[in-house]
Design a protein around this ligand. Sequence first.
Ligand SMILES: Cc1cc2nc3c(=O)[nH]c(=O)nc-3n(C[C@H](O)[C@H](O)[C@H](O)COP(=O)(O)OP(=O)(O)OC[C@H]3O[C@@H](n4cnc5c(N)ncnc54)[C@H](O)[C@@H]3O)c2cc1C
Length: 258
Amino acid sequence: MKIIVLVKEVPDTYGDRKLDLETGLADRAANDAVPDEIGERALEVALTYADKNADTEIVVMSVGPNTVPGTLRKALAMGAASAVHVMDDALMGADLGLTGEVLAAAIRRTGFDLVLAGNLSTDGSGGVIPSIVAELLGVPAATNLSSVEISEGAVAGVRAVENGSVNVRADLPAVVSITEALPDARFPNFKGIMAAKKKPFETLTANDLGINAEDESKGRSIVVAVSERPARAAGVKIIDEGDAASQLADFLVQNRLV
Ligand SMILES: Cc1cc2nc3c(=O)[nH]c(=O)nc-3n(C[C@H](O)[C@H](O)[C@H](O)COP(=O)(O)OP(=O)(O)OC[C@H]3O[C@@H](n4cnc5c(N)ncnc54)[C@H](O)[C@@H]3O)c2cc1C
């Protein structure tokens, strides 16, 4: 079985993340670039299956800038067999539609039985890439799964919904996105880190995938304006001298909070 895992590189969430006010993109120089944890969990789902099924091939794939090879090398060290990186300046600021198109084209080129992704990235938080990819590939999308069971020819899992849960199942090929309910990823060991250096690593451009990022006939969303979050102002302190309740009500009304 060939499993493609989509791993996005994101600014480290341990620091304060910043937007570049000129471009509206994440200021990548402001933080360390790391693999998104949800993508690592998706990789763990694939690796756990591969541990028990020797004929499994795992390919990790990412669209992003020139720091992404570090993220993909870590995924290789964890146990993936090969990596595909799509890097092209024409894709800088790519919206969800274009990113989905690029990923679907790269997945089709690589070949797959199952695509595993996170449900929501930590930075963009669009939450729709897996569905876009499934639609473009013409395969079922089993999204937001909190448990995943892969078998020969099918995938099943549970999606938590308000007041309950739904059991879903799809024949392969299919796309699955997982939630943070799935286990943490394993750490790469020394042997894995050394082995990763020799594993196949392909770098592709949009052109290699037959994609014209500037095609104006396709609707694209662009950043129109971006502004920094205002600095936190000191809060209002209400001293209770018998009229705290009315002061509080006035505050809420003045600030249109009720
Ligand atoms: C040169 C360049 C610069 C970029 N700069 C930025 C930037 O500053 N900020 C930004 O948010 N994005 C950037 N991107 C990536 C791209 O624009 C976003 O990944 C895309 O819009 C997805 O949005 P999302 O994270 O909200 O997706 P979501 O739908 O929230 O992602 C859900 C899941 O889909 C998969 N996925 C999503 N994006 C990718 C990806 N790129 N590669 C592999 N798997 C993915 C992951 O498994 C993820 O968990 C850049 C890309 C390039 C080529």
